[in-house]
Design a protein around this ligand. Structure first.
Ligand code: GDP
Length: 290
């Protein structure tokens, strides 16, 4: 089974099914309760947890385990399949020329993620460039430049300019030889109209193939409003969850995925440019349930 890293309480509930050929409703109820507990403490939205619980209960009670399958393996398979349906597959990212626009609030990890993703694409043999349009946060230019140097990828920014849209336009032209353009944008402390207006203009200028929303793993339910606003303004195709090396499990980001009808693209797992993983459902599910 792909889920090899379950939380101890869920594993012990499942273990009580060992040897049973059929499940009764109490067994299922017990398991679903454990799953709910884990997911709620991982910040997964209550309504998503309830939907998932209902699907698991219905299937576990109604579906016959295929011949030779124990009740434990049967329910584990159902839990896994329903969890995959909840977290989704990873955002499609063909290894070909493309422009990626990053959106998110200040401090979510956009600049770090831009350099990380550029590093990731460079390891796949592509030629990425990062364009830093954040003129709002002091230090954003230097930080982006340094990280891109560490990642050994092309970087464009202008520390003296104050028009992010002009930087975006000039940056796209100056890095025309690159295969992958990753456009970092400014955030704000909260959603503000000028932030939205600015990113809409940048979006028009760079015409991205994909716009990704960068969210801190600790986001919780604040993800909903952000996701909705960015979805309306530029359209969100995927989510990057950062700071998964901390204690937060990133379940709040699923709210954004659900809200934007998108998927997860990358996970950030540390402060250096190499601390990036492509999203892959089973590891993330284990983390949520662990
Ligand atoms: P931005 O304002 O959205 O561009 O955010 P930054 O990229 O500047 O990140 C904000 C802070 O979070 C910085 O101190 C980063 O080093 C840190 N950070 C970003 N991603 C991660 C991550 O995956 N793990 C950890 N531990 N820190 C991160």
């Amino acid at each position: 089974m792909v889920l090899d890293d379950l939380g101890t309480s869920l594993r012990s509930s499942l273990d009580t099914l060992q040897g049973k050929a059929r499940l009764d409703e109490d067994d299922v109820e017990e398991i679903v309760k454990e799953i709910q507990r884990s997911l709620l403490s991982a910040d997964v939205d209550v309504s998503l947890v309830m939907e998932l619980s209902d699907s698991i209960k219905t299937r576990a009670v109604e579906e016959e385990p295929p011949g030779g399958t124990t009740a434990r393996d049967h329910v584990l398979k159902i839990v896994y399949e329903e969890m995959v349906a909840l977290v989704g597959d990873s955002t499609e990212l063909p290894l070909e020329s493309q422009t990626i626009l990053l959106a998110g609030l200040q401090g979510s990890g956009k600049t770090t993620s831009a350099a990380k993703m550029a590093w990731w694409f460079s390891k796949k043999g592509l030629r990425p460039a990062v364009i830093q349009t954040d003129t709002f946060r002091p230090g954003a230019y230097d930080q982006a430049k340094q990280m891109c140097e560490r990642a050994e990828v092309e970087f464009y920014g202008d520390p003296d300019a104050d028009d992010p849209v002009a930087i975006a336009r000039e940056g796209m032209a100056a890095t025309a030889d690159a295969d992958i353009h990753i456009v970092d944008t400014a955030g704000r402390h909260a959603l503000e109209d000028d932030l939205i207006a600015e990113i809409e203009e940048i979006e028009r200028v760079v015409d991205p193939d994909r716009s990704l929303l960068v969210l801190d793993a600790a986001i919780g339910q604040g993800a909903k409003e952000q996701a909705r606003q960015f979805e309306t303004s530029i359209g969100i195709d995927g989510v990057v969850i950062t700071k998964l090396d901390g204690t937060a499990k990133g379940g709040g980001a699923l709210t954004a995925v659900n809200e934007t009808d998108s998927s997860i693209a990358f996970l950030g797992t540390g402060e250096t440019v190499q601390d990036v993983e492509r999203f892959e459902p089973s590891g993330f599910i284990s983390r949520l349930l662990g």
